[in-house]
Design a binder for this molecule. Sequence first.
Ligand SMILES: NC(=O)C1=CN([C@@H]2O[C@H](COP(=O)(O)OP(=O)(O)OC[C@H]3O[C@@H](n4cnc5c(N)ncnc54)[C@H](OP(=O)(O)O)[C@@H]3O)[C@@H](O)[C@H]2O)C=CC1
Ligand SMILES: O=C1OC[C@@H](O)[C@H](O)[C@H]1O
Length: 448
Amino acid sequence: MDEESAAVHTTYLTDLIAQSKHNKGAAGQLQRVLNFLGHNPVQKTDNPVRIGVLGASQVATYALIWPAQRIADVEVAAVAARDPKRAADYAKKHGIPVAHGSYQQLVDDPSLTAIYVATPNGLHGEWAEAALRAGKHVLCEKPFTANAEEARLVQSVAAKQRLLCREAFHYKEHPANKAVAQLLQSGAIGQLQQLAVQVLIPAWAFSKDDIRFQARLAGGTMMDAGCYCAHTLRFFPGCSRPHVTSATAGKLMDGGAVDGRMQATLAYPKGSSSSSSSSSALGAAAVGKLEADLRHKGLWPRTRFVATGTLGRVEINNFILPSMGHNISITRTLAQPGGPGNKSDCSPDSLGDGLKEQRHSIEVYGSGESNYYYQLTRFISDLRVLEDKQAPKEAKRAVQRAMDDDARDAIDNMTLIDSIYTAAGLPLRQPTHVAAAAAAAAASKAVK
Ligand SMILES: NC(=O)C1=CN([C@@H]2O[C@H](COP(=O)(O)OP(=O)(O)OC[C@H]3O[C@@H](n4cnc5c(N)ncnc54)[C@H](OP(=O)(O)O)[C@@H]3O)[C@@H](O)[C@H]2O)C=CC1
Ligand SMILES: O=C1OC[C@@H](O)[C@H](O)[C@H]1O
């Protein structure tokens, strides 16, 4: 690393380290937990964006309802469930003013500007598309759709309608993960050689009949824990389209179609970094490794990303929920003052030959809010710019770029997931309505 770029990284790191010092301690941790739970609701603006929840799901509580309590310009104005009573109970429990007894009613509700899709995976595409066709902006849970073909279809509708349609990859909105991406893409640890990610969720977390393990709902570990793995291996190094070199599915369920566990290795095509820094941070032979397991034997969830480069290593623990506590460890090999001739340094971090190892352990929390808060804040602010005819041109252009990125990112991630399933010898996931039609056709053929 030359002196100039070393100085730039050092300034950025010094900044992160200074922030990190403020963040440590039990009081900060407690505040972040309270923020996550939506404590201290803020006063709403006169005319907040009205968003509806499609699916009376668990995730909507912490990914939408709680963060919305702390954001002035958004109101969770309605919820829909397939069963009217379930919708009414959920609305009452969460203080949502309107309950709809069907998803179509929610999508057609003229008082709403946006819809949050929080159904099982196999229904994401169908309802995101219906919401877009009804003129609503969409925030859609991950994974975006059942497969890449469906992702392309939904994003083409969003483009025609000129509406936001964003996959809810909340983790990338958190400052800790942005810091890791910036460190890696700016060459802070030299040329990247190996990127490895693990998302291991203990078997006790989900029962065997959970939506995550049902083929007809586009379930599977690669779709769930694995979709984060695929995304991090693209987001952190700034490379949209790595190739799959091998994949192995294990702990098969639901007649062998659903993976309880998935492992895969990826290769990065030369010059494939989309980083805006002057030189690509990805080494020519860089390798990506992923391990996702929803039936893990461990007692606690483990989410971890490690990058190794020619000049060091960066690791982040708990990257999926960093606001609840995480750690970023950075080890860098730097030239010592005096250069290669300086072999006399006997300090513990001296590597000889004029090289020195520098280690840091930091935590980056920004304003101490959750991923979901940062995600919803950006979604609402982009929506406002898009809807405001008077918004400055530069702001409009930035949102258009974000929308193009949303579309590409969702399609590329689903393409990678499809390729991993194919390499592992498992069928691609199908939208639930497609799977149901195929099952009905097979049943009627069997009767004849
Ligand atoms: N971003 C994040 O951190 C997380 C994202 N997720 C994603 O959110 C989505 C929902 O997950 P989660 O909240 O855990 O799941 P839940 O089981 O809690 O909710 C799923 C909802 O889907 C609706 N649904 C529609 N059709 C069916 C069906 N055939 N079987 C079961 N439910 C159905 C149900 O709503 P109703 O009965 O009201 O119609 C149900 O409430 C998934 O896509 C998952 O990947 C999940 C957890 C965390
Ligand atoms: O989005 C998610 O994040 C955490 C996982 O435990 C869960 O299965 C998944 O849906």
